[in-house]
Write a new protein. Structure first.
Length: 375
């Protein structure tokens, strides 16, 4: 089949890594795969074999004028590509891309990587929910990266249960599994090499330094334990908020106890240094970093968001979205560390199992294509 994927942006983030694996799976099985992306993609993540086109009017921000132009631009591109399947990803490309693809005759598939509505979105929530409901009416198959996300969409009246399929993200749990096998002596040696005190607990958070990830909330809530020298916080990731966050550390008098590591390619090396993973993002699908942390054997403390209960029997403590009880939960974890979750519960995120899930989706695509031809 000729398959065109449409994505709002192509940066160094979880949904994009998921998409790369998806497209490589399709290419390896003989499909003609191409990508249309809003703006300029991150060339570091772009596979060399992939045919990619840029849609300059497809932007992440709500912009009615540009959104209409994006529909027309994408429609022209799709007529030129003549795809059998149009597969959209991320919120904006999902709405604009499906509107553009309706008259092409292609099968429409949309992957929800993260909810586009809810309390984190303010006044835009109702607008996006209405657009999601309308877009779902003409969508042949809806894909979500987790069960909780699927349930959220169905409760909100987006699509029908029979059109949904779960395809999880391959997040590197196989590499992270090696971390939980490190001995105490090996962990101590790693901390010594990194310049961390052997006896001081290490907290870690991973993610792009942008407002949605709420790193500033973590800094404020964890300030007492960091300022007192009772814990160190490692922040892996980069982004537009870095300078402001570093300044905030000075204002809170915790600069000596917070390390900004920038982008870390092998994030399992950071998990190997930690005692507890902390997370405060406002909106998620299934937080890939939480799955990685659990695979590494870490307990997790997180503020309320989507996808935190995907792993059965996992040591995840969820506190209110305002983070009021965050510090107390972290201190309790440090005082009495829980046993790691069994790796068997993380099997759905292994590459082998994710590939099975993609195969099930493609079987459904093939079946829908046959049904359309017969009708």
């Amino acid at each position: 089949m000729r398959i065109v994927h449409v994505v709002t942006r192509f940066a160094r983030a979880g949904s994009e890594r998921n998409l790369v694996h998806f497209m490589e799976w399709e290419r390896d099985r003989g499909h003609d795969v191409s990508l249309i992306v809003g703006g300029q993609p991150d060339s570091a993540l772009m596979p060399a074999w992939l045919r990619c086109r840029s849609a300059r009017h497809l932007v992440r921000e709500f912009s009615p004028g540009r959104d209409v132009r994006a529909v027309l631009e994408l429609r022209r591109m799709l007529f030129e590509e003549r795809p059998d399947v149009v597969h959209t990803h991320q919120s904006k490309a999902g709405i604009v891309g499906r509107a553009a693809a309706r008259c092409t005759g292609a099968l429409l598939v949309h992957t929800v990587h993260m909810a586009s509505f809810g309390r984190a979105y303010g006044w835009r929530s109702a607008l996006f929910l209405a657009a999601e409901r309308l877009s779902a009416r003409g969508t042949d198959l809806m894909v979500t990266v987790g069960k909780e996300l699927q349930d959220t969409y169905l409760r909100a009246g987006v699509g029908r249960a029979g059109s949904y399929i779960i395809v999880r993200s391959p997040v590197g749990v196989e590499r992270c599994r090696e971390t939980r096998l490190l001995t105490s002596a090996e962990r101590t040696a790693l901390r010594r090499e990194t310049g961390l005190a052997e006896k001081v607990p290490v907290l870690v958070t991973v993610g792009a330094l942008e407002a949605r990830k709420r790193h500033e909330l973590l800094l404020r809530k964890l300030q007492p334990v960091i300022a007192g020298g009772h814990a160190v916080l490692l922040v892996a990731g980069d982004g537009p908020e870095r300078q402001r966050l570093e300044q905030r550390c000075h204002e809170l008098r915790i600069a000596a106890g917070v390390r900004f590591l920038g982008h870390v390619p092998n994030v399992e090396q950071v998990y190997a240094l930690a005692d507890v993973y902390v997370h405060a993002a406002t909106a998620e699908g299934v937080p890939q970093v939480v799955i990685q942390a659990l695979a590494s054997g870490l307990p997790v403390v997180a503020t309320q968001s989507e996808g935190l209960q995907e792993v059965e029997a996992a040591p995840v403590v969820v506190v209110g979205s305002d983070g009021a009880d965050l510090l107390e939960a972290v201190e309790a974890m440090l005082a009495s560390p829980p046993d790691p979750v069994s790796f068997d519960h993380l099997e759905p995120w292994t590459i082998r199992d994710v590939d099975r899930q993609i195969a099930r989706l493609h079987a459904a695509i093939t079946q829908r294509s046959h049904d359309v031809c017969r009708s």
